[in-house]
Design a protein around this ligand. Structure first.
Ligand SMILES: *Cc1c(COP(=O)(O)O)cnc(C)c1O
Length: 465
């Protein structure tokens, strides 16, 4: 029923949109037509003129395009934080993407042993590779993979210490972005946390004194997102390992980021590796797949074979395990580490972190005129040196020299103009995410790769202020 005789009927409108129906399907387009007609009727009730046919059809096309657009949209991360948790952390290598696509498209030997034709184990896809990369292929080292590092810590604690005690320094009771707090995870794992030392100082004696009949393990947590400076003391991994082993207990290290490569050799701030932790005597290390490792979201648990076997038998493992596309991406990512010479080019995380400052500055010079033209005379666009962050809690105080495009409003009170320009960049077909600081809208160019430059420039024409 058409309540407004001056508006066309749904069927008549649909007849004029064959190409839209072809693109999106009859049902979604019909819904858009109804919605636009309803909006027009509602407008008319409030005295607005009815849209002419061309306006109506254009509105329907826009609505259909909006409805068809995926919610998970690619963006330009110009926030200056390379591993941005809210923007999906690590970008995957082409190698990882290719293997993920294959695993998604075809049946794959996920838990199938192609040699025997019998049942396989999904962790075996990466366990040997990890042993090779972190322990020179030691047959005593195995690995198991779960959804993220928070899950890795939860599972490890529950499997190795349920109903018993785990000893952690007070200086390491970290909170990682909101929901992951070591004391809470302990509780959920049904492990009693035994806190030792003080916020700034923990000694070997504190570990000795805490060990009792109920102790199941000693644990160190990498304080990945803060530093305590001044009058501080912590006990290094080797010493905690020795204390644990003398008492016949396992030593667990939550590394957080855990890169597999030597950051210092790449000219980056040093970051502890699982190799070092295992060499220092850790029996289990856990770390994220999508932080400095540069792979998919995953939690990697690597260490002593017997302990890994125990962890894998825990029913939580089944609840926390990862799927085939994650394992495909992880396997392909780990394989890249076998060829250190090309790692920095192939692994986007390392490529972005080691990008030459001169290259970023040159990109800025090229982009400045287009950005200035896009925002018009209401803003003055300049290039400024800035400092990128690694992000995701990795190396919290270290910064990487970079270049930003800086947009300053010519208005006396710039607040509104800055909010508007930020929203305009966010509203682009591929949203551009920057940040406002010190009365300027800033776009850190470190993560705008040259291969994406043309696409970035092409959409600047759509900036609406
Ligand atoms: C990041 C981090 C975690 C959580 O890892 P997710 O992969 O984000 O679940 C746990 N512990 C430490 C020390 C971390 O840095």
């Amino acid at each position: 029923m058409n309540e407004n005789p001056r508006l066309p009927a749904v069927d008549r409108v649909l007849k004029q949109l064959p190409e839209l129906i072809e693109a999106h399907g009859r049902q979604p387009v019909t819904a858009c037509v109804r919605a636009e007609l309803a909006a027009a009727r509602e407008g008319a009730k409030h005295g607005l003129p009815l849209p002419d046919e061309a306006t109506l059809l254009a509105a329907i096309r826009r609505r259909a395009a909006d409805a068809a657009r995926a919610n998970l949209r690619p963006v330009f991360n110009l926030t200056g934080t390379v591993l941005h948790t809210n923007l999906g952390r690590a970008l995957l290598s082409e190698e990882a993407i290719a293997l993920m696509v294959e695993a998604a498209r075809s049946p794959c030997a996920l838990e199938y042993d192609l040699a025997s034709g019998g049942r396989g184990d999904r962790d075996d896809l990466v366990s040997g590779l990890l042993a090779e990369l972190v322990a020179g292929g030691s047959p005593d080292i195995a690995a198991t993979i779960v959804n993220n590092n928070a899950a890795a810590v939860l599972l490890t604690l529950n499997a190795l210490a349920q109903g018993k005690e785990a000893v952690v320094s007070r200086g390491e009771l970290v909170e990682i972005g909101g929901a992951f707090r070591v004391p809470d995870v302990m509780r959920r794992a049904q492990v009693k946390l035994v806190e030792i030392g003080t916020t700034n100082r923990t000694h070997e004696k504190d570990y000795f004194d805490a060990i009792g009949p109920k102790t199941a393990l000693l644990m160190k947590v990498h304080t990945s997102n803060y530093v305590v400076t001044g009058f501080t003391k912590s006990v290094d991994e080797q010493a905690v390992a020795d204390i644990a082993h003398a008492a016949g207990l396992p030593f667990v290290v939550d590394l957080g980021s855990g890169t597999l490569t030597d950051f210092a050799a790449l000219g980056l701030p040093a970051e502890p590796t699982p190799q070092q932790a295992l060499a220092a005597g850790a029996d289990i290390v856990t770390f994220s797949g999508d932080k400095l490792l540069g792979g998919p979201q995953a939690g990697l648990i690597v260490g002593r074979k017997d302990l890994i076997a125990k962890i894998k038998k825990n029913p939580l493992k089944r609840a926390l395990r990862v799927g085939k596309t994650t394992l495909a991406a992880l396997e392909a990512t780990l394989r890249l580490y076998r060829d250190p010479d090309r790692l920095c080019q192939r692994l986007p995380t390392l490529r972005l972190l080691t990008r030459a400052t001169s290259e970023i500055a040159a990109l800025g010079e090229r982009l400045l005129p287009s950005v200035q033209a896009a925002v018009g005379a209401g803003f003055v666009v300049a290039l400024e040196d800035c400092a990128s962050q690694i992000g995701s809690g990795a190396l919290p105080v270290e910064r990487l020299a970079s270049t930003s495009l800086v947009l300053r409003s010519t208005a006396k009170k710039p607040g509104k103009a800055l909010a508007a320009v930020e929203a305009a960049f966010r509203g682009l077909p591929q949203p551009v995410i920057g940040y406002i600081r010190d009365d300027a809208f800033r776009l850190d160019l470190r993560c705008l790769e040259t291969k994406d430059e043309a696409r970035f420039v092409a959409q600047l024409a759509a900036v609406k202020l």
